[in-house]
Structure formats: C-alpha cells, structure tokens
Ligand binder design. Structure first.
Ligand SMILES: [Zn+2]
Length: 114
C-alpha cells in the first residue's frame, strides 16, 4: 500500500525533528497534499494511525491542507487551476501545460509541546 510507506516517511521526518529538538511528543502535524498527488486521504489517515502507535506521533492531531493543482499554459502563459491532468487552458483551449503545483506531499509544520 502506497499510503503506508508515505506514513512511514512522515513518521521518520517527525522522529528526526523531535530527536533534534529534544522533545518527546508532537501536538499537531500539518501536511500539505496536492490534489493531483494520487494520495487517498482516508488511506493515509488510517496508515498514520497504524504506524504512529507508541511513537512521537501517537495521539498527534493530523491536519491536512489540500493544495489545489495549478498549471501554466505553454501556448499563452495563462495560469489556471487544474481539475485533472487533462484540463485544457481556459483562455485558449490548448492542452499543453506545465503543472506548477498539486503533486506535492510535504510536512508543512510540526507543533511540539514545550
Ligand atoms: Zn492558453
């Protein structure tokens, strides 16, 4: 399961961070997930629940921030929101566009107890 390895990576990041900062637990973690990332939020939430048992992320509130997909048209330079990979440019109708955001998954912040 794809989401399980993502959950493990998130846990790794949190473990590294808390070890460096010398804190025992994380109150809240914010994740930015692009709408084109292909990640199932429900599956990821479930995977996180499983892998974080008895870790620094046990009981941590997980906040997920959806990052809308954005693209720039290669013909006219218009920037627009992508519904999916096959959305044409709303200004000129061209299908060639460069994806600017929406594929990411990153840990935006970790809020730790002092
Ligand atoms: Zn265009």
């Amino acid at each position: 399961m794809h989401e399980l390895s993502i959950a493990e990576q998130i846990l790794d990041i949190a473990t590294d961070h808390t070890a460096r900062e010398g804190v025992a637990s994380v109150r809240e973690i914010e994740l930015e997930i692009g709408t084109l990332s292909g990640i199932e939020i429900d599956a990821l939430t479930f995977a996180l629940d499983v892998v974080t048992k008895n870790t620094v992320l046990d009981g941590t509130k997980v906040t997920i921030i959806d990052v809308p997909a954005k693209a720039r048209c290669e013909s006219c330079g218009e920037e627009f929101l992508l519904e999916d990979y096959f959305s044409p440019c709303p200004a000129c109708g061209a299908f060639q566009s460069e994806t600017l955001q929406g594929q990411e998954l990153r840990v935006k912040s970790l809020i730790v107890d002092e």
